[in-house]
Design a protein around this ligand. Structure first.
Ligand SMILES: Nc1ncnc2c1ncn2[C@@H]1O[C@H](COP(=O)(O)OP(=O)(O)O)[C@@H](O)[C@H]1O
Ligand SMILES: [Mg+2]
Length: 226
């Protein structure tokens, strides 16, 4: 049986005027089902780029990403969007919440594309807000919530379609210690329940939770981390 995620020789370059930035320069990595994989590295090392490619939010310049045997780079936009929606929950560093929508509407939003009825969306949204301990903030807007609360809303939103793969970009990066710890506890719980969790971070506290730690530097996985 092949691994859950198989990344082979993955590269991503950005053209910036005259200069070419090699954000990823030939990354190969295997991640097993139900791993809690922590990708660490300094700022600018290519962590977010790698996660975006894994999440199908951007396309590689070259190389391959297979998830569950499916070649992501071969999917067209529609197929990629469907796969993403069925399989993945993405937690962004900057939360990316809709400012004018309530916490509940933010959480339920991705379910609009998943043929869930309005009633079901609402009940599942409330259930997830309860899970992240924000039921009493269901009708608050993001601006009325703290950073930690906004990140918990973002995690609840990532869970609405019951993903088996959770991708999080520095989920504790913008948070105080206590909020960071509650986010980590939540991610660990999801892992225990069977999800594969991939987190990009330079927060050393997260190493305690990881089943796999990968170091990335200048767009390459450092050999000693494999
Ligand atoms: N959209 C983009 N356009 C141009 N350069 C980019 C873009 N995204 C990332 N980069 C560059 O690629 C490198 C890796 O960036 P990134 O993946 O965001 O690193 P990290 O998340 O580890 O801080 C950096 O040099 C960054 O400036
Ligand atoms: Mg980043």
């Amino acid at each position: 049986m092949s691994a859950f995620i198989e990344i082979t020789n993955l590269s991503k370059s950005f053209q910036m005027g005259e200069a070419t930035v090699h954000a990823l320069a030939g990354v190969s990595l295997t991640i097993e089902q139900n791993a809690f994989c922590l990708i660490m590295g300094p700022s600018g090392s290519g962590k977010s780029t790698l996660l975006y490619l894994l999440g199908g939010l951007d396309r590689p310049t070259s190389g391959s990403i297979q998830i569950n045997g499916l070649e992501m780079t071969a999917l067209d936009e529609n197929a990629l969007a469907r796969f993403r929606q069925k399989t993945m929950g993405f937690v962004f560093q900057s939360f990316n919440l809709i400012p004018s929508a309530s916490a509940l509407d933010n959480v339920a939003f991705p379910a609009r594309f998943a043929r869930m009825s309005a009633r079901e969306r609402k009940s599942r949204g409330l259930e997830l807000l309860e899970r992240v301990k924000l039921l009493d903030r269901a009708y608050h807007k993001p601006s009325e919530l703290s950073g930690g609360q906004q990140q918990r809303v973002a995690i609840a939103r990532a869970l609405i379609n019951r993903p088996t793969l959770i991708l999080a970009d520095e989920p504790t990066g913008n948070l105080d210690t206590a909020s960071g710890e509650s986010i980590m506890a939540l991610l660990q719980e999801l892992h225990t329940e069977g999800a594969t969790v991939i987190i990009v971070s330079h927060d050393p506290r997260l190493t305690a939770y990881a089943t796999q730690i990968v170091q990335i530097l200048d767009g390459k996985i450092t050999p000693e981390s494999l």
